[in-house]
Design a protein around this ligand. Structure first.
Ligand code: FEO
Length: 401
């Protein structure tokens, strides 16, 4: 049975949810599921914006058939070629063979990479920045957004209703639970953490390119944002755009301390816990700790984008950094993390070396400062270490004011 939602009088949500997905992109758990959004404009000409992941194709095609109600599908606008959005293009063309494909040149190239289907050249309308497509009442224009999140990405702006179809930008993990607009749910409580985890892990590396899109977006009047994942924004847009501003400039959201630790037998954890307690005694609020062997790096990375100060505490393992901490640090480097204040704790029973190795990785992060003296522990925390630990806590606290 179809399941569609009105976005406006003549624009419909025809996407669908997947709550059984085990790993998004084969990496990220999505305990709240994920939505694959697609939008259908019912004007003098009909225009579909993007398709969906193959896992929800049945619902998608039922939705399109219902909204079209016997009318033909005139245009498919492709904003992004990642398979979670492009998977159904071939099937769509087979079902609606007269459809015109509206996309940019890079998208056209990727179509031939992803599909063996014999696309007809005359089926394409290739667009560039600022080109327009009239569907009747609506005029769509196209804004190139390379690397948000792939090089071919563009976004589509409806000049008539002032709607930005934003591709991956302004999306979120989490299925759409009945409501369709972000202002109809407690977004801060239920979805902001997942929106951050989605942004930082999927697009976090490309802050400069997101900045470029935000600059272009600031020059147009936007009343609604329709992303490819998660809820549609029609109120408090500034609040969400402000989050994107922070995330894409690697500016922390809060002044507090996050402590990711890697501990084999609990002794490094003990050091991290005692440091967290000392920081709390100094009046620091919202301290957060992660055992990086327990929590998937996507959650830790997301919070590292949120926090101003990070204390990495890791044991030495095979003369290296304990593997789960090394994975996290490499993931952070790959996501271009920068602009943080960092302290380091190392542990090692005979030759502590994780501190030097962590420093080597962290020193490559742009505008990142290492605070205080590195705390070196041999097996367990002793009284002389405790003095150094308290000193480190004071230096971290001092660097926050
Ligand atoms: Fe949701 Fe970059 O695809």
């Amino acid at each position: 049975m179809y399941n569609v939602k009105n976005i406006t009088e003549d624009i419909y949500y025809v996407g669908a949810n997947d709550r059984r997905i085990s790993l998004f992109e084969g990496v990220y758990s999505v305990p709240e599921g994920v939505s694959y959004n697609s939008y259908l404009i019912m004007d003098d000409k009909t225009a579909l914006l993007d398709t969906v992941d193959k896992t929800v194709s049945h619902q998608f095609f039922e939705n399109i058939s219902h909204v079209l109600n016997g009318r033909k599908l005139d245009y498919l606008v492709i904003n992004h070629m990642e398979p979670d959005h492009c998977a159904e293009i071939e099937n769509l063309i087979k079902k609606y063979p007269d459809i015109k494909i509206v996309c940019n040149a890079k998208i056209q190239t990727m179509l031939s990479q992803f599909f063996d289907f014999d696309f007809k050249q005359e089926q394409f309308t290739i667009v560039k920045e600022g080109d327009k497509l009239e569907t009747g009442k609506h005029t769509l224009t196209f804004i190139m957004a390379p690397m948000v999140h792939w090089p071919e990405v563009m976004v589509t702006y409806d000049l008539t209703d002032k709607i930005l179809f934003s591709a991956d930008a302004f999306g979120s993990f989490g299925a759409i639970d009945g409501n369709i607009f972000a202002d109809e749910v407690d977004f801060d409580l239920r979805y902001m953490n997942e929106a951050r985890r989605y942004y930082t892990n999927i697009v976090g590396k490309y802050g400069m390119q997101v900045q470029s899109l935000l600059k272009k977006a600031s020059a147009i009047d936007i009343e609604m944002i329709c992303p490819l994942h998660g809820y549609v924004w029609r109120k408090n847009l500034d609040k969400f755009i402000e989050k994107y501003q922070k995330w894409s400039t690697y500016e922390p959201e809060i002044q507090s301390v996050l402590i990711p630790y890697a501990s084999v037998y609990g002794n490094t954890q003990n050091v991290a816990e005692i440091l967290a307690g000392e920081l709390a005694k100094l009046g620091i609020k919202d301290i957060k700790m992660y055992d990086v062997s327990v929590t998937h790096p996507s959650y830790v990375l997301s919070d590292i984008f949120k926090y101003s100060h990070i204390v990495f505490a890791a044991t030495t393992y095979n003369m290296g950094i304990f593997v789960t901490m090394e994975n996290l640090l490499n993931d952070l480097s790959a996501h271009n993390i920068q602009n943080r204040k960092v302290a380091i704790i190392e542990n090692g029973s005979w030759a502590p070396s994780s501190g030097n190795l962590m420093t080597e990785i962290i020193s490559k992060w742009k505008n990142t400062q290492i605070i205080g003296n590195r705390l070196t522990v041999k097996s367990t925390l002793k009284n002389d270490n405790l003095t150094q630990l308290k000193e480190l806590a004071k230096e971290i606290h001092a660097s926050m004011v």
